[in-house]
Design a protein around this ligand. Structure first.
Ligand code: DOR
Ligand code: ZN
Length: 348
């Protein structure tokens, strides 16, 4: 890291959790991620989820084709687990370098999870194979039972699913994605080196009041949903602690404005356009600018066993206004921090 009071230069970061979508909107959103990040782990929850090696290869090609001319951005693909996932197919894609990890969506937990896993018992042999070959499991950690309050679903998932799973498969490499609670941060800290977590910018900035005070604010709604203030504070502490188990994963999740401003609005926050500015503001507020590079550019590659990026990016301390909406190749999307002024500007 190279810093003066007003400029910060770090190794180029990676985003370990993004939704790039498909079709026309793909070309509208991928430039925002490619502008700031060298690599990104791409979620497989398309309308037809990425469950085969062939579909991951084809999706990767569509992403590359949607990139701005000459962009060196590297998409890292993932496989969507279903009740019928084949351990041999998982292993083949991993060994051929087509995908880096597999994603567990509990069925009906979130956007694009209808084909997800109805009970982890159904993917036991897939998980055993992943443990054996060292293939990371990326987890959307929420139970879906109707009797569990939506604000408790992550904490209950730890008790009912995650802790028993790790007891049964202690060597399984796992990323607890987009954690939102103190319980999740504590769980990750207490687990072995094979367990890590990503943290989004929104869960560092907002608590559940942002969604509900003064009216329902659909652009602050994502899943897992933002929790109470004490959880936000625990996440800020974890992210800025320097602990290598925590790293950057924006969970940028674009939805058209009209699909969020609706009677049943979609879950997801589009934070890619100002992702680094958003994270950096948190690190500055926590007096942890010296730990920003580890969180953004070092801890993720170390967990995944990938090389660090050689090139650098610079941010400078100067105000930047976030637009009220962004046109993503014909789809109007309201970005995270819309209408706010952020204190750092991404220079490139
Ligand atoms: O808010 C979310 N949006 N959470 C997820 O887990 C999925 C994502 C999406 O794909 O829109
Ligand atoms: Zn996600």
């Amino acid at each position: 890291m190279n810093s003066s009071a007003n400029r910060l230069t770090i190794r180029r970061p990676d985003d370990w959790h993004v939704h790039l979508r498909d079709g026309a909107i793909l070309a509208g959103v991928v430039p925002h991620t490619a502008r700031q990040f060298a690599r990104a782990i791409v979620m497989p929850n398309l309308a037809a989820p990425i469950t085969s090696v062939a579909s991951a290869q084809a999706y990767r090609q569509r992403i590359l084709a949607a990139l701005p001319e000459g962009s060196p951005f590297t998409p890292l693909m993932t496989c969507y687990l279903t009740d019928h996932s084949d351990p041999d197919e998982l292993q083949r894609g991993f060994e051929e370098g087509v995908w880096l990890a597999a994603k567990l969506y509990p069925a009906h937990a979130t956007t694009g999870s209808a084909h997800g896993v109805t009970d982890v018992a159904n993917i036991h042999s897939a998980l055993e194979r992943m443990e054996r070959i060292g293939m990371p499991l990326l987890v959307h950690g929420e139970v879906t039972q109707a009797d569990v309050d939506v604000f408790d679903r992550e904490a209950v998932f730890i008790e009912r699913v995650l802790a028993p799973l790790l007891r049964a498969m202690p060597g399984l490499r796992m990323v607890f994605e987009h954690i939102t609670t103190a319980e999740a941060a504590d769980f990750v800290m207490a687990a072995g080196e094979n367990v890590a977590a990503t943290i989004t910018p929104q869960h560092l900035h907002i608590n559940r009041n942002a969604m509900l005070v003064g009216g329902i604010r659909p652009h602050a709604y994502c899943l897992p949903v933002a929790k109470r203030e004490k959880h936000r504070l625990a996440l800020r502490k974890a992210a800025t602690s320097g602990n290598p188990k925590f790293f950057l994963g924006t969970d940028t999740a674009p939805h058209a404005r009209h699909l969020k401003e609706a009677a049943c609005g979609c879950a997801g926050i589009f934070n890619a356009p100002f992702a680094l500015e958003s994270y950096l503001q948190v690190f500055e507020e926590e007096d942890a600018l010296d730990r920003f590079e580890a969180f953004s550019s070092e801890n993720g590659p170390a967990f995944y066993g990938l090389p660090l990026n050689a090139e650098t990016v610079t941010l400078e301390r100067s105000a930047i206004e976030v637009p009220g909406e962004i046109d993503a190749n014909g789809t109007v999307i309201v970005p995270f921090h819309a209408g706010e002024t952020l204190r750092w500007r991404f220079v490139g």
